[in-house]
Ligand binder design. Structure first.
Ligand code: GLA
Length: 344
């Protein structure tokens, strides 16, 4: 860790399309957004502890640097990241971590990946760290310390994003390719459904278990290898889960084509199709999310779909020229990735 004060920012993310595909070795098209989490690391000259202050929550934590004990909630992310960085060979020193942010929690914009990335960049000495390595580390923290079996989507989006671009991520190879996301006078917005989602609880881990069961039944190691007739060969609900993953991967490819052709009406239809699949085949929607989708469509959205892990969180919508999103909606555009803002 640096001997001076370091300020690092981790953005939130929106996934344009490709939901619940990451842990199935599939495709997704996320982008980092402007809002996020900022971590200021201030070296402490005495003691052997890390102190952490979450300003937006009005809460604090303190724990021994050498062996962070288990904890819940945001503390698990901080302690797990400190433990994970040291296990990966990074030398950390006692410090105070001041956490600020303007991302709503539980709104499906990945405040957790934003926090993890900002913590890493505030704590590691190397100014150009291996970002894919850090994404894997942050994902392990979420799996091992928080108990959410999430994939790598959020962490890669946040750490490898590029301003003005979405990222085509192939989770089988971890190849990350920037795709220009220029919408002219169209715009993307998110609307918080008000139903907070929790990966560690809820149906997220259950869906992962169903995908594993489908792989076992099909005799494949990943749903990327599922045969074309997989859905017909499986019992319900595995059949529908597998159909969602296959059709969603195809929609990622179709979205890239629609963007290249500047066919934004087609992009909107793909958002609608993704939502229908997440609602009917993946059964990851809830009434509050459906109400938010209805509000957005009523306001004239060309397409709308739930984003992130589901079972709550936000809805993403695409609006054409002249259409006015609901007042509570947040405009989102692809911004830069997690980065150090200042050192010294
Ligand atoms: C959450 C997880 C991601 C991904 C999405 C669904 O955001 O953190 O790994 O699985 O849900 O696409």
């Amino acid at each position: 860790m640096a001997e001076q004060r370091v300020v690092a920012h981790g953005p939130g993310r929106v996934n344009l399309i490709g939901e619940h595909t990451d842990y199935n070795d599939g495709l997704a098209l996320p982008f980092a957004i402007d809002r996020g989490v900022t971590v200021t690391a201030v070296p402490l000259l005495t003691g052997d502890e890390i102190e952490a202050v979450a300003n937006d929550l009005g809460e604090r934590d303190a724990f021994p640097l050498a062996a962070p004990p288990r904890a819940e909630g945001w503390r698990a992310f901080v302690r797990g990241t400190v433990a994970g960085l040291q296990a990966a060979g990074h030398v950390l020193r006692p410090c105070r971590l001041i956490i600020d942010g303007d991302l709503p929690h539980g709104a499906g914009l990945s405040s957790s990946a934003a926090l993890g990335a900002a913590l890493c960049l505030a704590l590691v000495e190397d100014e150009n760290p291996d970002r894919i390595g850090l994404a894997k580390l942050c994902s392990r923290v979420e799996n091992d310390w928080v108990g959410a079996e999430t994939g790598l989507l959020d962490q890669l989006a946040v750490l490898c994003g590029e301003a003005g671009h979405a990222l085509r991520i192939d989770f089988r190879t971890l190849a990350v390719v920037p795709v220009p996301l220029e919408l002219g006078d169209w715009q993307l917005v998110t609307l918080d459904s008000g139903a907070s989602h929790e990966h560690a609880a809820g149906g997220y881990n259950e869906r992962r278990a169903e995908c594993r069961a489908a792989c076992e039944a099909l005799g494949v190691t990943s749903l990327r290898d599922a045969p074309p007739d997989a859905a017909e060969r499986l019992p319900e609900p595995l059949s529908r889960r597998v159909r969602h993953v296959a059709t969603e991967n195809a929609r990622v490819a179709a979205m890239i084509e629609a963007l290249a052709a500047e066919d934004f009406a087609a992009a909107g239809r793909l958002l609608d199709a993704s939502h229908a699949s997440l609602r009917d085949d993946y059964e990851a929607s809830v009434v509050e999310v459906e109400a938010a989708v209805a509000d957005l469509r009523h306001a004239g959205a060309a397409g709308a779909r739930m984003v992130g892990g589901g079972f709550g969180g936000s809805v993403l919508a695409l609006f054409g020229p002249g259409a006015v999103p609901p007042a509570a909606a947040l405009a989102v555009a692809p911004g830069p990735p997690a980065r150090r803002l200042r050192a010294g």
